[in-house]
Design a protein around this ligand. Structure first.
Ligand code: FNR
Length: 354
């Protein structure tokens, strides 16, 4: 196999290696996939403004997230069903992410349990929650707390699943997916019973506020795209916001995340950290996100494709490649530390060169 030198090459290999139905489930987006493409295109419209003749002989990519020290501001987004990629599923991802000394957000829809993933060893893990059913959700939060997870990430953009037409075409069915979906099932519970819990579409800000009181863990909201919602999140005192459109899988024609990041950062006004995910495939993308005010980024699909091709090593390599690219960008752009990256490090399409 030719040497993989960037994360997109893992996707190319995965497209060939994985069963089409599984690849499509990972790669797909909602309806016409405009948002899916736009997540990438919007990055390509942002220019980097390098500063030359800066002493870049020492670089530092370390940062802290919710007070936890990590090796660099690139973290693993919650994604469902890692066993579709590799038999070791989330266990391999957890080990690789811990080895990279960064955060893994474990999905509610994982193919291993909260405890199994925690048992892989030390590592900073957050638990991603869907409130399908309030009692069930509280049980999951209690389990995550007990198993040493460091934060709860509530995903707020999924009252129902988006229309992913590749999955419809492939007749990928909920029972099929649930075979890989062990997280909330108890021994003996039927798939139909689990599926029936995917019903609560009534969750509002009030519920979230009440829910937050039931855990001591820091609480982040994932799936905010507007300043209005950012302000509501601040009002209920969340500990962090993740600007996300679910990787273009929920509602087509919502904007690319990188193009609304600044709006959300301005609304948050330093009252909580703002993170972003969606279409991050290069160190330059991470640099642009940091310049526009993100405290860190999350990557989804690249981790899955690295896992599909090379298991634990593949995930580690994806995280290492992105980190190396970020370092290269910082050095050539004249930013030896993350603190050197600021708003003047980039130019967005709306800005005229001064
Ligand atoms: C996701 N995402 C997601 N988000 C979440 O909160 N819970 C989940 O279970 C999942 N599952 C999931 C499965 C697959 C196959 C994908 C591709 C994505 C969304 C994910 O956390 C993240 O928002 C996007 O993946 C980020 O975009 P990129 O990096 O994939 O472009």
């Amino acid at each position: 196999m030719a040497r993989v030198v960037n994360v997109d090459e893992y996707e190319d290999l995965a497209r060939v290696k994985m069963p089409k139905m599984h690849y499509d489930f990972y790669a797909g987006g909602a309806e016409d996939k405009w948002t899916l493409r736009e997540n990438r295109s919007a990055f390509s419209r942002i220019r980097i403004r390098p500063q030359v003749l800066v002493d870049v002989s020492h670089t530092d990519l370390t940062t802290s997230v919710l007070g936890l020290e990590i090796a660099c501001p690139i973290m693993v987004a919650p994604t469902a069903l890692h066993k579709l990629a590799h038999p070791e599923g989330e266990l391999a991802t957890a080990r690789a992410t811990a080895a990279a000394n960064t955060v893994m957000v474990v999905s509610t829809s994982s193919s291993h349990t909260i405890e199994e993933i925690a048992d892989t060893g030390p590592g900073i893990r957050f638990f991603q929650l869907y409130i399908f059913n309030k009692v069930r959700a509280m049980e999951l939060v209690a389990r995550a707390e007990k198993a040493g997870y460091k934060a709860i990430v509530l995903t707020v953009d999924t009252p129902i699943l988006g229309r992913r037409e590749d999955d419809l075409r492939n007749s990928i069915s909920e029972p099929f997916l649930l075979v890989f979906f062990l997280q909330p099932t108890e021994p003996g519970s039927s798939l139909a019973a689990v599926a029936s819990e995917y019903k609560d579409k009534s969750i509002t800000w009030k519920d979230v506020q009440a829910f937050m009181k039931l855990t001591k863990l820091p609480f982040l909201l994932k799936g905010i795209l507007t300043k209005e919602d950012a302000l509501k999140a601040i009002d209920i005192c969340v500990d962090g916001i993740i600007v996300s459109n679910h990787g273009g899988r929920q509602l087509d024609h919502v904007p690319a995340t990188i193009s609304v990041l600044e709006e959300v950062v301005a609304a948050a006004a330093g009252r909580c950290p703002v993170f972003v995910d969606g279409g991050i495939r290069r160190g330059t993308d991470v640099f642009k996100a940091l310049a526009l005010g993100a405290s860190g980024v999350f990557v989804g699909r690249p981790v899955l494709f690295g896992l599909a091709i090379d298991g634990e090593q593949g995930v580690k390599k994806v995280l290492d490649m992105l980190k190396d690219e970020l370092r290269t960008t910082m050095v050539i752009a004249g930013c030896p530390t993350l603190a050197h990256i600021n708003r003047s490090s980039v130019q967005t399409p709306e800005e005229k060169p001064s």
